[in-house]
Design a protein around this ligand. Structure first.
Ligand code: ZN
Length: 136
């Protein structure tokens, strides 16, 4: 697949990247329907936040579930889902207090880069919200 990657200040390239795959049994793969640029993407884009290596872009996203890991219970293939910029388990004490972005098991979605056709979402049951949007 091709996806957006930041190589340095004001240097974004749309390059060939490996398709994401299920790594952990709590992962899902979604096909991105829409993604966008977040204000926090602009810090490294402007060179204010240095980057040391090319970085996939994008952590704001929604899409349709294509594949689910063996331990995913609530997210199903074909659902239209919206996710957060941090994957979270939604079960730890911090999540239960309403601060999922500080989950003890949080993982940054930006590492996978949502500005691409496919995205791996860790901790899918805690991270994604399925909507009633019809997908067929
Ligand atoms: Zn948590």
């Amino acid at each position: 697949m091709r996806g957006a990657v930041l190589y340095g200040p004001r240097d974004i390239r749309f390059v060939e990247r490996a398709n994401p795959a299920i790594i952990e049994p709590t992962d899902v793969i979604i096909r991105i329907s829409a993604t966008c640029v977040c204000g926090s993407d602009l810090w490294p884009y402007r060179g204010i936040e240095p980057i040391n290596e090319p970085r996939p872009m994008g952590h704001e996203y929604c899409g349709i579930v294509e594949e689910v890991g063996s331990a995913v219970r609530n997210i199903k293939p074909g659902q239209f889902v919206v996710g957060s910029f941090f994957a979270s388990d939604n079960t730890c004490a911090i999540c239960q207090a309403g601060y999922q972005s500080r989950c003890v098991h949080k993982e940054p979605i930006g590492a996978g880069g949502a500005q691409a056709p496919l995205l791996r979402v860790p901790l899918a049951d805690g991270t994604l919200v399925a909507t009633s949007h019809p997908t067929t």
